[in-house]
Structures are given as structure tokens and as C-alpha cells.
Design a protein around this ligand. Structure first.
Ligand code: PRT
Ligand code: ZN
Length: 285
């Protein structure tokens, strides 16, 4: 039977969240053994575990149909693939950093300088766009030590909290791109594979949507119901049910993570009591 081949990172910053996403979509991939390829028992997909740098090439060659990779790696490899879905995890940025004692006054600083990076293509196009000529030194791994050992004047690397830069005596001066994990694919999928992909996407979106929202239950005096309903954005409108206690109701709704604390505060001010917040497992809208 036809199955969709999905490339995931074998081990590293993307692996766990990639596997969680597939598993939460109800796909049983028995990842305990971590063989190179494993077939799901209840959905027509096969998972291939690879180094993240190889994923764009495998998808481009059609060895895998889709893959989950950091947008930074996706852009660097520059294959003619498309982003099918942004996944919101492994967020980071690709930045230029210089030694902390350097006097940095702007991008002209890099003219004629040596910059160490594992992302030469992204850096090259950034420098060209800005009309800067610099020497790019491609190195794999431990880029942050390059200035300290005299190999480069600056680095261009992935930054998340920034603590690696600080502990190597560097400061971030330009953010060139922001990145998150993305689901990527080629264009030549067969009809059968496109159908599997669309069923998979439906599930992934339901999982993602659920993660972004919380289910909220509260008690409210009946005379406050209109005000409280106005605060709750909800999917359509909140569910209101009478409580056994005369004059009170129970109100149920869905609140987006981003608005969450603001909404809770307004609800309390409006007289809501006994507020319960519950995670949602899947959400289909
Ligand atoms: O073995 P394989 O080749 O598969 O993995 P890898 O070692 O090349 O990649 P991995 O697992 O380290 O990262 C995979 C992807 O996670 C990257 O391509 C990014 O898209 C994303 N990501 C998110 C990160 C970070 N955050 C991150 N912080 N990748 C690397 N880092 C590095 C950063 O460069 C620094 O050296 O982690 C260190 C700590 O960062 P700070 O800024 O928090 O100190
Ligand atoms: Zn890698």
C-alpha cells in the first residue's frame, strides 16, 4: 500500500517535538527503536530519521516526500521546496555577532572582515543585498569560538537565548532571519500521497490549534452574563448553563493562549468565580 515518507531529525533540537507532533496527531510510530525507517501501525506513513542538514536534499530527491526541518537549514540548502506548514517550535534567529569590545556602528563594520559561519549562502545573500564585501569562512560546529582563536572577526550563527554568545565574549549586532521548525515538501506528489498529506495536515492543524487555546469554565451571577460573554472571544459564543444555585450560571468557552491573562483578569473584575482552565487535546474548527 502507498505510504507518505516523512523525514525527521534523528537526534537533536527538533527530534522530540517533531515526534510529539506526529504522535499527538494519533499516529503510532513506535519510535523506541529509532531504526532508520519505521512504518506507522495505524496511518499510511513511514518515518525516516536523518541528520537535519540532509533533510532538504532527501525531500528534493524524492527519497522522502515531506520533512520537518529548521527554516534556517531549509533556506541555506536552497532547494526548490515549499513550506507546507509553519510549526512554531525550535524558534531561533540567525544573527551576526562581533567581539563585545568592538565598536559597532552599523553594517559597514563588516566590510573587509572575516566572518565564520555554517550558513554561507544565507550570509552571502545578506552581504550582497547590503553591498558589503567580506570573507566568509565556512566552518561546521563551534562557530562561536572562531573570533577568540583568531580565525575570524565576527560570526554568523544561530542564536536562541544569546547566552552562548555572551559566554564567548561576543555581542549580537544584526538579526538576519528568524526561524522556526517548518514542514517542507516538493511538488511532485502522486494523487494518493497528496490525499495522505492532506489527512495528515488536518490532524496536525487540529493539534496545533489545540495547543494555542485553552478551555475555560467559570461561574457567574446571571446579571453579569452579558458582560462576561462580551469578554470571552470563544469559537462562536460561550456555552451558558444554569447552576443548581439560584441566580448563577456556569460559562464555558475557549481562550487563545496569547490573550489568556488579559481575559482572566477582566473576567475576575466582571465578577467571575471558580475559574477553571483546561488544556484542549484536539481542536477542529
Ligand atoms: O545532528 P544534526 O545535524 O541533525 O543536528 P544539528 O546539531 O545540526 O542541529 P541541532 O539539533 O542543534 O538544531 C536543529 C535546529 O534547531 C537548528 O537548525 C535550528 O533551526 C533550531 N534551533 C533552535 C537551534 C537553537 N534553537 C540553538 N540555540 N539550533 C542551534 N542552537 C545553538 C546555538 O547556535 C548556540 O550554539 O544552541 C546554542 C545555544 O544557544 P543560546 O543562544 O541559547 O545560547
Ligand atoms: Zn545539522
Amino acid at each position: 500500500m502507498c505510504s507518505l515518507k516523512i523525514a525527521l531529525q534523528k537526534s537533536g533540537r527538533l527530534s522530540e517535538k517533531s515526534i510529539d507532533l506526529i504522535t499527538e496527531a494519533g499516529i503510532n510510530i513506535m519510535n523506541g527503536t529509532r531504526k532508520l525507517v519505521s512504518r506507522a501501525s495505524n496511518f499510511p506513513v513511514e518515518i525516516m530519521y536523518l541528520r537535519d542538514d540532509d533533510i532538504p536534499q532527501y525531500v528534493y530527491d524524492g527519497v522522502a516526500d515531506i520533512g520537518i526541518v529548521g527554516e534556517n537549514v531549509f533556506r541555506e540548502k536552497n532547494k526548490t521546496l515549499r513550506i507546507i506548514e509553519r510549526l512554531g517550535f525550535a524558534r531561533c534567529r540567525l544573527s551576526l555577532a562581533v567581539e563585545k569590545q568592538s565598536r559597532y556602528t552599523g553594517i559597514q563594520f563588516f566590510e573587509g572582515k572575516r566572518i565564520a559561519t555554517s550558513y554561507p549562502n544565507i550570509l552571502d545573500s545578506f552581504l550582497k543585498e547590503n553591498g558589503i564585501r567580506a570573507e566568509i569562512h565556512e566552518i561546521n560546529g563551534s562557530v562561536e569560538i572562531a573570533p577568540g582563536i583568531g580565525l575570524a572577526d565576527a560570526i554568523f550563527d544561530v542564536v536562541s537565548t544569546g547566552s552562548t554568545l555572551i559566554s564567548n565574549g561576543l555581542k549580537e549586532v544584526e538579526t538576519v532571519m528568524r526561524s522556526e521548525a517548518v514542514l517542507v515538501g516538493g511538488n511532485g506528489l502522486t494523487e494518493a500521497k497528496r490525499e495522505i498529506l492532506s489527512a495528515l495536515l488536518f490532524r496536525i492543524r487540529a493539534v496545533q490549534k489545540a495547543r494555542d487555546n485553552k478551555y475555560i469554565l467559570l461561574n457567574a451571577p446571571n446579571e453579569k452574563l452579558d458582560e462576561i460573554a462580551g469578554i470571552l472571544p470563544g469559537m462562536k459564543s460561550p456555552t451558558v448553563m444554569p447552576l443548581a444555585m439560584e441566580g448563577w450560571s456556569s460559562v464555558h468557552s475557549v481562550v487563545n493562549e496569547n490573550q489568556f491573562w488579559e481575559v482572566i483578569n477582566k473576567l475576575k473584575e466582571a465578577g467571575a468565580q471558580g475559574i477553571l482552565v483546561i488544556p484542549i487535546e484536539k481542536m477542529i474548527v
